[in-house]
Write a protein that binds this ligand. Structure first.
Ligand code: NDP
Ligand code: MG
Length: 374
């Protein structure tokens, strides 16, 4: 039985991970769970899964059986509890340190929290290899690429093609974007996900983060990483080998599949969530309009500029999305703020996790000042 810790168990990824584990009785034992503020759901899941170790990061728990609290308490729990693999479904930059602690305390990492890779880049892949541990991506595109790259030599890879649904505004002309509302941005055509990532899909900041994630996780030149809009969300990504062939991973848009693949890796599990029958299905692709999806273009700029700018891209976007959710800025305020932040903020070398945290904090202060002046 593989022992599993699930971080962010009350969220979209966390709940899907629990679904996978419940569908494979006898294969996994959950040893610890974490949530941020949803204490009731955390306790409920712990009861169902018979888990004794729990952490709550966002507030002091009312219930005495939750013995770990605060962000540091979460790190203590990860270090204290034995596990083969940690599913990191924490939302946002606060997922970074739990990823670091997981790897340093000898656990493989089933990583949904893309911010970990975007912020830490080679630092996190180095920590994994120094500790002889594996980062197995859960993000559906990177899960696909991870599997497609297995057994291939890096020098034979000509392109990585990340697919994108195009989000809520796929069919909207660029001239209309200035009028869109929060209610429009949180309607995803294909996937049911947390609010922040759904808004990031509308702006394609999510795809921007994924371009940076692929660049840093697979150590492939940025110029070889492409994005194609694929409205059906069935081809989860592709690779092209040197002689020109394309290889694709195709399955239903269901996050439980990449989570299952990460949990069972290096083995392949049974079919639990339905097979995709391609008969009669049309798969279409189109190039994204970078003037419409400015957040995608900015991600390439940030990745090119270096690690500090990738951290700034992520942090500025997080604060800007939060301001959009709180109706302080309009939708186009998001790319405006991120562009301005990347232009204005410069960073010296990012060599340690402390440097990352500092760059992240500096960006947040900078953006909050801009917002304060609006
Ligand atoms: P949700 O918002 O649905 O869930 C987030 C989870 O993290 C909740 O359990 C929440 O607890 C917890 N959490 C929130 N803030 C903090 C914090 N500051 N510290 C610790 N825990 C926190 O997010 P998603 O599940 O959608 O996304 C999680 C991660 O996975 C993100 O990085 C996202 O980009 C990535 N991802 C998600 C996909 C999806 O399909 N949803 C697909 C691919 C990647 P509480 O409920 O108590 O607030
Ligand atoms: Mg994805």
């Amino acid at each position: 039985m593989k022992k599993v810790i699930i971080l962010g168990c009350t969220g979209s990824i966390g709940k899907s991970a629990i679904d996978v584990i419940k569908s494979m009785p006898g294969d996994f034992k959950v040893t610890a769970l974490s949530a941020h503020s949803n204490e009731e759901e955390l306790l409920n899941q712990a009861k169902i899964l018979d888990v004794k170790k729990m952490a709550l990061t966002g507030k002091k728990p009312v219930d005495g059986s939750i013995t770990y609290y605060s962000p540091n308490g979460l790190l203590d729990m990860i270090a204290d509890v034995g596990a083969d693999i940690v599913v990191n479904g924490v939302a946002g930059a606060d997922g970074l340190l739990p990823s670091v602690t997981s790897l340093k305390t000898g656990k493989n990492l089933a990583l949904a929290n893309k911010e970990t890779v975007v912020m830490a880049g080679s630092l996190i892949t180095d920590i994994a290899s120094q500790n002889n541990k594996k980062i197995i991506p859960v993000d559906s595109e990177h899960s696909a690429i991870f599997q497609l790259l297995e057994g291939k030599k890096k020098e034979d890879i000509d392109e990585i093609i990340i697919t994108a649904s195009g989000g809520a505004f796929r069919d909207l002309p660029v001239s209309e974007l200035k009028n869109v509302k929060l209610e429009d941005a949180i309607k995803h055509p294909n996937w049911s996900m947390g609010t922040k990532i759904t808004i990031d899909s509308s702006s394609m900041a999510n795809k921007g983060l994924e371009v940076i994630e692929a660049y840093l996780l697979f150590n492939i030149p940025l110029s070889k990483i492409k994005v194609l809009i694929h409205p059906q969300s069935m081809v989860h990504s592709m690779i092209r080998t040197a002689e020109g062939s394309l290889y694709a991973q195709i399955s239903k848009p269901d996050m439980r599949v990449p989570i299952q693949n990460a949990l069972t890796w290096p083995d392949v599990g049974p079919s639990l969530f339905g097979r995709l029958d391609l008969a009669g299905v049309s798969l279409t692709f189109q190039a994204p309009d970078l003037e419409k999806y400015r957040m995608l273009k900015l991600a390439y700029t940030a990745a090119e500029l270096g690690q500090g700018s990738s951290i700034a891209y992520n942090a500025a976007n997080e604060i800007a999305v939060d301001a959009f959710v709180n109706r302080k800025i309009d939708f186009l305020g998001i790319p405006n703020i991120v562009e301005h932040t990347i232009e204005k903020l410069g960073f010296k070398g990012i060599d340690t996790i402390e440097d990352i945290v500092e760059a992240d904090n500096r960006t947040r202060i900078f953006v909050k000042e801009i917002l304060g002046n609006i």
